[in-house]
Design a protein around this ligand. Structure first.
Ligand SMILES: [Fe+2]
Ligand SMILES: [Fe+2]
Length: 327
């Protein structure tokens, strides 16, 4: 590999060598992903064609009417899910700078971005057609989120990007699926849209955890240290959004996504990667392994604490016209 290629992306020379050594794994996982996915489009869900008939108009009217019954807690969750999806430019850039601009990484980044781009479109089409929000207020939040940037402190470590995406895809899957479940009895189209998103996130999660698993096999000590840092400091991408803390607190109290679910994600991944069984590690690798294995019980204590202390309080958001949400 030329010096220019080495300097074109983040990572130490050893890390880049590891990333180059797993390129066949990445290509295989991409093929697997394409075989498993069923490509869908936002227009399949909320059609907006010029030649729509009266039945389609009637369905749209039904959705809009039923969506009036969606509780404000669910609206807040939908808003947060939409804003998170609309942060896609940040992630396309982060993947490109951490993993480089050549195949198969760039091919994955482009394929993944094309799939993710449908998420923001589909959810935005839904909230617009169903009239869920004060759209101008929501658009201002989205604008500020994109303008503010998203720069997680990964210290140019490509392993942390892949550890983060493994955790984050699963977290997003759970957020979409749980939000959808709360919509189902009131307005089923909302669940249908969110279920399409959740299905994609599940397949993205399987890709990232397989790729990070390949890194764990080849460079276990460094990979464990990167994984530990990301696991301890995990924050969803929207944390740069104004009002994000209040929105995520609503989502937590509504049990859509909270420390308990994060604990389950971490447990599932530690188990999948067989972190507890890894041997022949360096002292630093063993230390990271020990600390990682203690993360689930720490998160369980945090979840117990959060469950015990939450007295009801009011939340207010401009995108639902300042109405008070009491939880
Ligand atoms: Fe997504
Ligand atoms: Fe995804």
């Amino acid at each position: 590999m030329s010096g220019l290629a080495l300097s074109a992306r983040f990572g130490t020379p050893d890390q880049i060598e590891t990333l180059v050594s797993i390129e066949t794994v990445v290509a295989e996982q991409m093929d697997l992903h394409v075989q498993k996915r069923r490509l869908w489009f936002p227009n399949d869900l909320m059609p907006a064609d010029a030649n729509l008939d009266a039945a389609a108009d009637a369905e749209l009217a039904r959705v809009r009417d039923a969506a009036r019954g969606l509780p404000d807690t669910v609206r807040v969750a939908v808003a947060l899910n939409l804003l998170t999806e609309e942060g896609l430019p940040h992630f396309h850039r982060l993947i490109a700078v951490h993993l480089g601009n050549s195949a198969p990484w760039s091919s994955w980044n482009n394929l993944w971005t094309a799939e993710e781009d449908r998420h923001g479109c589909a959810l935005r089409d839904y909230v617009r057609d169903a009239r869920l929000f004060d759209m101008g207020e929501l658009e201002k939040l989205q604008y500020r989120y994109i303008e503010a940037g998203f720069n997680p402190d990964w210290e140019q470590d490509p392993y942390r990007l892949l550890a983060y995406t493994s955790l984050q895809e699963k977290a997003t899957q759970i957020s979409h699926a749980n939000t959808g479940r709360l919509c189902a009895t009131v307005e089923p189209m909302a669940q249908k849209v969110l279920a399409h998103l959740a299905g994609d996130e599940s397949r993205h999660y399987q890709f990232y955890r397989a790729v990070f698993g390949a890194i764990l096999e080849r460079d276990p000590n460094r990979a464990l240290q990167s994984l530990l840092k990301v696991t301890l400091n995990f924050a969803m991408p929207g944390h740069a959004i104004a009002g994000y803390d209040e929105m995520s607190e609503v989502v937590r109290r509504a049990r859509i996504f909270c420390a308990r679910q994060y604990q389950e994600i971490v447990e599932e991944l530690l188990d999948f990667w067989k972190i507890g069984l890894m041997s022949n590690l360096s002292a630093a690798g063993r230390e990271a392994q020990d600390k990682l294995m203690k993360v689930p019980s720490r998160l369980a204590r945090m979840a117990d604490f959060q469950d015990a202390k939450s007295a009801a309080r009011d939340f207010q958001f401009g995108f639902i016209y300042g109405r008070a949400v009491r939880l």
